[in-house]
Design a binder for this molecule. Structure first.
Ligand code: HEM
Length: 490
């Protein structure tokens, strides 16, 4: 009995000491730094309850704070700090600096890889992702997958169908083709399951994937975490099988045909030269392939799901894009990347679809490497810093008639040509050294798949379907399931 009392009082004292210690550290930190403004939050849990109360959509809450606090603000949760940037100039100032270029770890991914190191993908970003993904032309591969999608749309024979899973399979095939050299059938159950897993991972992460950068929350045994863990594990299991097959078939004498083989080649070269393999390990390969697969599947599939929905919602705009395609390309061939500069309305419409759908809520955060200054404030080392992309793409202070779908928004009034400078404010692919390595591939996919489908079909929604751009908010904002018809064009 006495031992129990002593143990309880010892525990209480320890917990109280920790809390008081934590509060003193926070107070001293506040005094030492001129921190950005932001919601007050509670001791220890910070803004956790406000963010999870369900009173507001997380994205709406972040945008309300942007209105209240301005270009940058800070909130915290369980000791992890987040700074949100709501200004194009500040995004550029911050992410051009190497001090902002660490990436916050996505903790459940570390858990699945059983590792604590967070910087594994840095070296490979330079070596393989950039050389293979960034500098190659994937138009033929994308066009081949678009052809399968056309066949699939045609097979619906004008009945109503939900195109989203087919779009996912098309886009997933492009990236798996590049990474693994193999593509899959639309009815391959394991592959369709993989695409669903990728969708689930993004949905579960939520805007900015905030909760998965906070150790206490990422490892809590909640239902949502279990679903996310299962999705991450499902993807890793699929990858493990692919990597195993590659290892068995790999021959160092052959020219590498895909990214996995290129990686194995580099690993084999290093081993042959008896030098340190560095990041060229199986673990790292798995991480990198996962990064590219996840980054490559969800973003492009979700964009295209919105693009087709908007075309069906705005039939006049769809007809205008088709008229331009017919005039410039004709009916005897499909559009190709080299036609882009002659298709200003199509280009501008596609970017407006991007702006209007508010694809990314908050871009995956960077992490500060040391104490830094930004916008007149101090940002301590280890702070997560994210771009509020939803704000940048929809704020009335940045876009005229921001709530309206204006397809020619990106056409220069004087020249009548599409002007890419007009879209700079969207910072779709990020800024600085950690800019998206898949930008060129993504732009190819969006152009080719969008124009090929509109060249071949007219998309329509069932009569009376309400027009909306409200979808489901995860790391990306994706449309709720919808049905369209795809009427073949003559
Ligand atoms: C519409 C399509 C896409 C959009 C809007 C998009 C956007 C972004 C953004 C905003 C970032 C963060 C940049 C930063 O932190 O500064 C990013 C990172 C990344 N993206 Fe994309 N992306 C797209 C397509 C792709 C594709 C097709 C791939 C794969 C080939 C890909 C792979 C990645 C990877 C691996 C990263 C992390 C890079 C790093 O940590 O350094 N993305 N993307």
């Amino acid at each position: 009995m006495i031992t129990e009392l002593i143990t309880t009082s010892y525990l209480t004292t320890t917990v109280l000491t920790c809390i008081v210690g934590y509060l003193v550290v926070q107070l001293l930190r506040r005094k030492r730094y001129k921190l950005p403004p932001g919601p007050k939050g509670w001791p220890i849990i910070g803004s956790y309850l406000t963010l999870t109360s369900g009173k507001y959509e997380l994205r709406d809450l972040l945008n309300m704070w942007a209105k209240e606090y301005g270009d940058l603000y800070m909130f915290s949760m369980f000791g992890s700090r987040f700074v949100i940037l709501n200004s194009y100039d500040l995004v550029h100032e911050a992410f051009q600096s190497p001090d902002f270029n660490d990436r916050a770890p996505i903790l459940p991914c570390n858990k699945a890889l059983n590792r604590s190191n967070t910087e594994l993908n840095l070296l490979f970003n330079l070596k393989c992702e950039l050389s293979i993904i960034h500098n190659s032309n994937f138009e033929d591969l994308v066009a081949a997958e678009a052809a399968k999608l056309i066949k699939n749309f045609a097979s619906q024979e004008g009945t109503f169908f939900n195109p989203i899973t087919d779009i996912y399979v098309t886009v997933s095939n492009v990236i798996t083709g590049i990474l693994t050299g193999k593509t899959y059938d639309y009815n391959d159950e394991e592959f369709v399951e993989l695409t669903k897993r990728a969708q689930q991972v993004f949905e579960w992460m939520g805007p900015g994937s905030f909760f998965y950068h906070v150790p206490v929350l990422a490892y809590m045994p909640m239902e949502n975490n279990k679903m996310g863990d299962a999705a991450v594990k499902g993807m890793f299991d699929f990858l493990e099988k692919i990597l195993k097959r590659h290892r068995q078939a790999y021959n160092p004498e052959d020219e590498p045909k895909d990214l996995i083989e290129a990686f194995m080649h580099e690993e084999a070269n290093k081993k042959a030269q008896n030098v340190d393999v560095g990041s060229f390990t199986h673990q790292c390969l798995k991480q990198v392939v996962w990064d590219l697969m996840l980054g490559g599947i969800e973003t492009v599939s979700t964009s295209l799901s919105w693009y087709f929905l908007f075309m069906a919602q705005y039939p006049d705009v769809q007809a205008k894009v088709q008229a331009e395609l017919d005039k410039v390309i004709g009916r005897d061939r499909l559009p190709s990347l080299s036609d882009r500069q002659n298709l200003p309305f199509t280009e501008s419409t596609s970017v407006e679809c991007y702006r209007f759908c508010r694809l990314i809520n908050v871009q995956i955060p960077h992490r500060t490497r040391c104490d830094v200054k930004l916008g007149g404030y101090d940002i301590p080392k280890g702070t997560n810093v994210g771009t509020n992309a939803s704000w940048l793409s929809s704020s009335p202070s940045l876009w005229e008639n921001s709530e309206e779908f204006v397809p020619d928004r990106f056409i220069d009034k004087e020249t009548g040509l599409y002007n890419s400078k007009l879209e700079a404010g969207l910072v779709e692919f990020g800024v600085g050294r950690r800019v998206c390595p898949g930008e060129q591939l993504a732009r190819t996919e969006l152009f080719v798949i969008f124009t090929h489908i509109l060249h071949r079909f007219t998309l329509r929604l069932p009569e009376g379907t309400p027009i909306t751009r409200n979808g489901i908010n995860g790391l990306t904002h994706h449309p709720k399931p919808y049905k369209i018809t795809a009427a073949p064009r003559r």
